[in-house]
Design a protein around this ligand. Structure first.
Ligand code: DGL
Length: 279
């Protein structure tokens, strides 16, 4: 018997960055319905204390589960770093995050075992990438926070000379270190791939969490018999926690065409978590 499940896949990011993951998932799995939440009320996550990001992330994930999703995708590296340890225990539905898939691809890609990682201050400060990559003792990791990159993307600015100038500044230590593989450890960064790739040069492979995560989603759906049925018609629903649906729609159009047509505003419940939990 073939089991099918037409419930949506729940995807979340602090803002628009997770749309890169949603796009990659719908390219691999066009029959799947998606329910996306951007936590625009509290974005950006990158500069915030990781304990706060953990609380926000679990609130959003709870909201997605209450809306009946069959799988959770944490399409934000900062949130993944914050809840990596407890999201899988908290929910009955499978949880896919963005760090593990990118790490596996980076390890399979590098030829000289020198891997660069760029991300938000929160992601780089958490050490999540460094810990996972350095499980391979031959690997040397060079990590660099690039906080202004998210500001550019959230402002819809991806191709300006200023982006290139800032990219040159952030990426110089990684070029100098001779990395041959660079992990884009933030779901906003694929929008800046032109500048990043130009600065790093052709010999450096860029590993992006969007496409790697989509493959993980595919694997999990198949192995757990959760694929949508052959007659399923995909519906993509977008929600945001902020006060303006129009702002989200306009930015989404600017960054990735007209896929996002309508955004509903949602409120999340508040959950009580010990703020001192070691992460
Ligand atoms: N998209 C988020 C990530 O992947 C970062 C954006 C933010 O700072 O909120 O880390």
């Amino acid at each position: 018997m073939i089991v099918v499940d037409d419930a949506p896949i729940g995807i979340f990011d602090s803002g628009v960055g997770g749309l890169t993951v949603a796009r990659a998932i719908s390219q691999l799995l066009p029959r799947e319905s998606l329910l996306y939440i951007g936590d625009t009320a509290r974005s950006p996550y990158g500069p915030k204390p990781i304990a706060d990001v953990r609380r926000y992330s679990l609130e959003i994930l709870d909201t997605l589960v209450e809306q009946g999703v069959k799988m959770l995708v944490i399409a934000c590296n900062t949130a993944s770093a914050a809840v990596l340890r407890d999201a899988r225990e908290r929910y009955d539905v499978p949880v896919v995050e963005v760090i593990g898939p990118a790490v596996r691809t980076a390890l399979a890609t590098t030829r000289n075992s020198r891997i660069g990682v760029i991300g938000t201050t929160g992601t780089i400060g958490s050490g999540a990438y460094q810990d996972m990559l350095e499980v391979n003792p031959n690997v040397t990791v060079f990590a660099q926070a690039c906080p202004r990159f998210v500001d550019f993307v959230e402002a819809g600015v991806t191709g300006s000379p200023e982006v290139l100038q800032v990219a040159e500044h952030y990426l110089e230590p990684l070029r100098h270190a001779g990395v041959d593989t660079l992990v884009l450890g933030c779901t906003h960064y694929p929008f800046l791939e032109g500048a990043i790739s130009y600065v790093m040069g052709e010999g450096v492979s860029l590993v992006s969490s969007d496409t790697e995560t989509a493959k993980d989603v595919y694997r999990q759906l198949v192995s757990r018999d959760l694929l949508a049925g052959p007659d399923a018609v995909a519906q993509h629903v977008y929600e945001a926690t902020g006060s303006s649906a129009d702002d989200f729609i306009q930015l989404a159009h600017r960054l990735m065409g007209r896929e996002v047509r309508q955004v509903q505003l949602v409120q999340t419940g508040t959950i009580d978590l010990p703020r001192t939990t070691a992460l």
